[in-house]
Design a protein around this ligand. Structure first.
Ligand SMILES: *Cc1c(COP(=O)(O)O)cnc(C)c1O
Length: 485
């Protein structure tokens, strides 16, 4: 019995690999196509028993922090818990389809993708959605590229994108990569978009304003309709950075606020895997006028057999792939990262409208409750899903390191810059009241510690204070990298 038979039995939907089907052994061939210097006769892999291996990986996992170890309030990142049922759905053998199969044989796959396009369009108030981009930042780039294609097609020669100073770094990078000059917009004293400064910044050169709402300190842009009017009157488009959409789920929609194009961070809003360089997804939604420029292909309902004389096929719906008329092209292979999309679909489907409302309610309630409990100053407010406390005359990074010693993951530090020594804190909807109280206790214990204790923290973690820039630029990815030291 081969592996596939063991897993799937005789279910003929799961055909074994070609070579096995033909009853032939896979023949690696005589001689090697690799040059001699690149081959070897033996490979000294460690010989370990199963318990030794299990202990090795368990120990490694315990050296890391994860949302399954405790709260992870890393502001802006929405590190909420990914419910296991989405993994179960994605592990279903029926989900394991090759992306290049003929659409007639994968109608269920297309139905799910179509369903997700519809869910996202509904949640965002958009008219059309592509699922292709593989991350939020990739979605930003795809979205701004679509906006640019729209302007080009209309003979609009515009070279500027306006971005608030408090925006996520990817917004500046996206605009620059798409070939635009970035115009930075200051915040007003309430921490929101300075509407007068916006009016002065936009002109016939403005291609788009990129904005997230609530913004990066969790404040809702109350003047969003006026902001949209200013940008639209100047002939620009409104881009919505969807990273904070968990604050609004089921309550307010970017499309209704006047946004023309947006991305969805499904790992932030709909509990799919997050970070670590693994596969992600950053679908993009647009209003009608921009739909023909979306990346290709997309999924749509095909004309049904009932149009002919097929008799009983009356209510059978079929799905097909199509290329939007003036598509900007492909931004990823096939339909994007399929299994991530399965998880996003499962999450939305399972929660439903009531569940999404509950998620946004808890995201907002949790942030405000925690903001009340922490003894650091918290400027602005009331908040939506996150807040930026200030470490005042202490170093926010030191406070964060000390929080590791108290057994919680610290917030994002020193960003956004509008709050000095910021500690951007986003507990997410996943935390209970008691875990919020534990988090607050860690903040407050660090606040009460002496400067020396902060400066030498962390003292209880596997790795002590690390060279953060060095860790990113010269990462050591195996034990062997430590040899010879
Ligand atoms: C996370 C984030 C992004 C980028 O999304 P990725 O999926 O990490 O690429 C963009 N904007 C904001 C505000 C974010 O928090």
């Amino acid at each position: 019995m081969n592996h596939d038979q063991a897993r799937y039995g005789d279910d003929e939907r799961y055909e074994p690999l070609l070579s096995e089907k033909d009853g032939k052994e896979v023949d690696p061939g005589e001689g090697s196509i690799l040059p001699d210097g690149l081959t070897r006769d033996s490979l000294e892999l460690p010989e370990l028993s199963e318990p030794e291996l299990a202990r090795h990986y368990t120990r490694l996992s315990q050296m890391n922090w994860s949302v399954e170890s405790g709260p992870y309030p890393l502001g802006s990142c929405t590190m909420k818990y990914n419910p296991t049922f989405t993994e179960v759905v994605a592990a279903d053998p029926n989900a394991a389809v090759h992306p290049d199969r003929d659409p007639s044989t994968v109608q269920g796959t297309l139905e799910l993708l179509h369903g997700l396009q519809e869910y996202l369009a509904e949640v965002g108030g958009m008219d059309a959605v592509t699922l292709q981009p593989p991350a939020g930042a990739a979605g930003e780039f795809a979205g701004i590229t679509v906006a640019k294609a729209y302007h080009d097609a209309n003979g609009n020669d515009r070279n500027e994108v306006v971005v608030p100073a408090s925006a996520h770094g990817t917004n500046f990078a996206t605009a620059a990569m798409a070939g635009y000059d970035v115009v930075e917009l200051p915040s007003d004293e309430d921490g929101r978009v300075d509407v007068e400064a916006l009016a002065a910044a936009v002109s016939e050169d403005t291609a788009a304003l990129m904005l997230t709402n609530p913004n990066t300190v969790g404040l809702f842009e109350r003047d969003i309709e006026e902001i949209a009017g200013i940008v639209h009157d100047a002939g620009g488009l409104l881009y919505y950075d969807g990273a904070n959409l968990n604050a609004l789920l089921g309550r307010a929609r970017p499309g209704d606020m006047g946004f023309d194009v947006m991305h969805y961070n499904v790992h932030k809003t709909f509990a799919t895997p997050h970070g670590g360089g693994g596969p992600g997804a950053g679908p993009v939604g647009v209003v009608e006028e921009l739909a023909e420029f979306l990346p290709r292909p997309q999924v749509r309902e095909a004309p049904t057999a009932a149009d002919g004389d097929a008799g009983d096929g009356g209510d059978e719906v079929e799905y097909e792939l199509f290329d939007p008329e003036r598509s900007v092209g492909k931004v990823h292979g096939f339909q994007g990262n399929w299994l991530v999309l399965v998880k996003a679909y499962a999450y939305i489907h399972r929660l439903g409208h009531e569940g999404l409302l509950d998620a946004s309610a808890k995201a907002v309630l949790n942030a405000n409750y925690l903001a009340e409990l922490v003894e650091f100053d918290v400027p602005y407010g009331p908040f939506h899903h996150e807040f930026a406390a200030t470490a005042g005359d202490r170093d926010a990074a030191d406070v964060a390191k000390r929080m590791l010693d108290y057994g919680v993951h610290p917030p994002t530090t020193k960003w956004p810059e509008m709050v000095p020594e910021a500690m951007l804190t986003e507990p997410t909807e996943a935390e209970s009241k008691s875990s919020l109280e534990d988090l607050a206790a860690a903040f407050n214990a660090a606040a009460a510690d002496a400067d020396g204790e902060l400066a030498s923290a962390p003292s209880k973690t596997t790795a002590r204070r690390i060279d953060q820039a060095g860790a990113a630029r010269n990462p050591r990815l195996s034990w062997r990298a430590l040899d010879g030291e």
